[in-house]
Write a protein that binds this ligand. Structure first.
Ligand code: ATP
Ligand code: MG
Length: 153
């Protein structure tokens, strides 16, 4: 079904605003005005962006901004990017990052909590939507997770 992605994103940001505040991270949303609807499931896509924003907040440095942005991509897709200014992820870890229980730094992850399932779930749901997950990261600078979804017409 066709869903308005900005409603999904607003819901996710509402849920995580408190966590952002407690971590001293600003959480920003920008959605292009003429964004087409996406083809997908509202609850499943909420889980996707909840996980990505949760990670961004978790791994961001304090006093930085996490930016969530949605834009059309070509004629028939939309792209949603979640960008943080955190420690980034070394390139050698990227290929395995969406595996179940895979974590870059076991000690840090234990300290921050969680199970290492978040990105595996994200990947699974994005695949079911015939979408794509793209991960770009620069160690010391931050990471951007981009979800591409089919647009409704
Ligand atoms: P869970 O999501 O189950 O609570 P988690 O966040 O550790 O636990 P994933 O969301 O699957 O697990 O992420 C896997 C690993 O990828 C994380 O442990 C972390 O090492 C790395 N990671 C994910 N997102 C980021 C990010 N935005 N910046 C830096 N590292 C990240
Ligand atoms: Mg996670």
């Amino acid at each position: 079904t066709a869903i308005e992605i900005d409603r999904v994103l607003k819901g996710v940001l509402d849920l995580l605003q408190l966590k952002a505040g407690s971590r001293k991270v600003a959480l920003e949303l920008s959605v292009e005005p003429d964004l087409p609807a996406a083809v997908g499931d509202y609850d499943e896509l909420t889980i996707v962006f909840q996980n990505l924003v949760d990670n961004a907040l978790k791994y961001a440095k304090p006093n930085t901004t996490v930016r969530v942005s949605a834009r059309p991509m070509g004629r028939d897709r939309i792209a949603v990017a979640v960008a943080d200014e955190g420690d980034g992820i070394p390139a050698n870890h990227l290929p395995r990052l969406t595996e179940r229980f895979y974590r870059v730094d076991a000690a840090r992850s234990r300290q921050l909590g969680g199970t290492g399932l978040g990105l595996a779930i994200v990947k699974h749901i994005v695949n079911r939507h015939r979408g794509r997950l793209d991960i770009q990261s620069t160690p010391g600078k931050g990471s951007t997770f981009t979800v591409m979804l089919p647009a409704a017409d």
